[in-house]
Design a protein around this ligand. Sequence first.
Ligand code: NAP
Length: 285
Amino acid sequence: MTTTTARVIDGKQVAAEVVASLAARIAALPRPPGLAVVLVGDDPASAVYVRHKTRMAERLGFAHWQFTHPADYSEVELLAEVRRLNADPTVDGILVQFPVPKHIDRLKVLDTIDPAKDVDGLHVVSAGLLSQKRPGFVSCTPAGVMELLARTGVTLRGAEALVIGRSDLVGRPVARLLEHADCTVTVAHSRTRNLAEHVGRAEILIAAVGVPEMVKGAWVRPGSVVIDVGVNRQPDGKLVGDVEFGPAAERAAWITPVPGGVGPMTIAMLMSNTVLSSERRFGLA
Ligand code: NAP
C-alpha cells in the first residue's frame, strides 16, 4: 500500500490573506467599520477570544468598543446594552461573547441583536437566510471552513461530504454551506451508527464534535479533505482536534492542523462580516 502525506492547510496564512483582502474595501467606506464586543463574566477562554478580536479590529483600523461586565450583570442590563448598540449608527457589528453566565438566556440575547448587525451570524434570521441561500451573515467558523476548502481547489460539486456535529454554531451551518456548494451532505451526531463507515465514504470530512481525536486516522478516505474544527485541551495543556492528525494525514490529500487550522479563520471571517455590514449600511454591498 502506498502512503501519501496530506498537504497541511495553513489557517494562519489563509486568515492573513482574508484580512489583507479587506484593506481596499475598508478604504472605500465613508468611515471605519464599527465593531462592539460584549463580554459578561470571567471565563478565561472568552477573555482571550475577545482580546484577539478587538486586537484584530484595532489592527484593521476599525472603530471598536469592548464592554466587559462582571458575572452578576443582569439579563435586563445586557439586553438594554444590546438595544443601545442596535440604535447606535456608528456600530456595524455586535458580538456578545458566549458562553454567558447561566442566569442569562442566550437565545434572548441573540434574538435582541439587530439582524443587520449580527456579524457573528447566530441570530435566527441569519440562520433562516442561510437556510434559504439568501444574503445574510454566515456565522464565522462555518464561513472559515468554506474559505479553507476553497483554498484546496478541490471540486465540491457532487462530492460526498460528511459533517460530524449538528450544533447551531458549527455543524448545521457548515452542512448548509456544503449543500449550497452542491456537495451530497451527510450529517452525523451522537446517535449516528457506524460512524467509521460514514467517514470512510467522505471525500470532504468536517469534524465539529469536541471529543479529542475521536475520528481515527484509519477511518479516513484516502485522498479526502479533512477539516478539523474541534479544539480540545489535553491534561498536559496541549491542544488537539477531533481527528487523529498523524494517521489521518497519511491518508488524506489535505488536512487542517489544530491549532493553526480553522481557529484563525474565525476571527478573519468576523472582520469580513463587519466590513460587509458596513458596506450594506452605506449601500456598497
Ligand atoms: P457542541 O455544541 O457541543 O456540538 C457537538 C456536536 O457533536 C453535537 O451535534 C453532538 O451530537 C456531536 N457529537 C458529540 N459526541 C459525538 C460522537 N461521539 N459522535 C458523533 N457526534 C458526536 O459543539 P460545537 O459548538 O459545535 O463545537 C464543536 C467543536 O468545535 C468543539 O471542540 C469546539 O471547541 C470547536 N469550535 C472551534 C471553533 C474554532 O474557531 N476553531 C469555533 C467553534 C467551535 P448531538 O447533537 O447528538 O448531541
